[in-house]
Design a protein around this ligand. Structure first.
Ligand code: LIP
Length: 261
């Protein structure tokens, strides 16, 4: 698995270099709706990543945001790749985005890398080897009360998350809407925030960040508190430092119940 991590870090850094070069100078297209963007930098960065990974691991399956699912499926390994997580931020030269690369083996996350080329912060984790930010090991925060927590979320599904955003903003230290799920998860792992939730997110957005949180001592489930399954489609996610998870999930459940009344 070390060679997979080394290849993923090489791919993330190479893609990050290209992304920075193209910031403010790239073609923006829409994927379906007007606010679901893709840039030529997303596509070019994904080509760089796939070239590096396929050279070393030709038999592995791939699920990548821009080119979809592929690979010979000859092994029980699957790569989850988001060349730019935070594309909308990038398209507006808003400097908060990351490259996210994860590897599953037999359906279990084994390695994850999230690289923020703007801050030069490389978050990574390998099962059993802890979570790291550059050369420093990272751990989740010890905050144990939801009301003392700083949270984050996103609106990839649609505006249906606004009531949760409003309520949780009023009962915690605040909710940030950063625009990059991968970095939202890494900020929990590094103790900068305590919780994150989002509806209709994709495996390529969160695969690496999930393992980084787990190896940093945090917890990730679906929004009902059940085991999260990384399907090829869209799903709901709730992540935290572990300490607030029970209270966090029960608050999300109360809000869901109120919505369905
Ligand atoms: C983004 C996610 C973010 C979500 C955005 C978008 P992308 O991923 O990281 O959390 O709110 O709508 O889905 O599309 O930039 O890779």
């Amino acid at each position: 698995m070390d060679n997979a991590r080394e290849a993923a870090i090489k791919a993330a850094r190479s893609a990050g270099q290209l992304i920075l070069q193209k910031m403010g100078n790239n073609k923006i297209d829409q994927k379906g709706s007007f606010n679901n963007l893709v840039t030529d930098a997303d596509k070019a960065a994904e080509v760089i990543i796939l070239d590096i990974l396929k050279k070393d691991f030709p038999g592995d399956e791939i699920l990548a945001e821009e080119s979809g699912a592929g690979g010979s499926k000859g092994t029980n390994r699957r790569w989850l790749i988001d060349p730019i997580d935070g594309t909308t931020n990038f398209a507006h030269s808003y400097p908060f985005f990351a490259v996210s690369i994860a590897l599953e083996e037999a359906g279990k996350l084994q390695m994850g890398v999230v690289f923020n080329p703007v801050s030069n912060e490389l978050f990574w984790a390998q099962t059993g080897k802890g979570a790291w930010l550059n050369d420093k090991q990272i751990k989740v925060s010890k905050i144990s009360r939801l009301q003392e927590s700083l949270l984050s979320t996103g609106f990839s599904g649609n505006g249906s998350n606004i009531e949760r955003f409003k309520h949780l903003t009023s009962i915690t230290h605040g909710v940030r809407r950063d625009g990059s799920a991968a970095l939202d998860l890494c900020f929990i792992a590094s103790g900068r925030t305590e919780g994150y939730w989002e509806l209709k997110i994709a495996a390529w957005d969160v695969g690496a960040g999930i393992l980084i949180i787990q190896e940093a001592g945090g917890q990730v489930t679906d929004m009902d508190g059940n085991k999260l399954v990384l399907t090829d489609g869209r799903f709901n996610i709730a992540a935290s430092n572990g300490q607030i998870h029970k209270e966090f999930i029960s608050t999300l459940a109360e809000l869901q119940a109120a919505k369905t009344k």
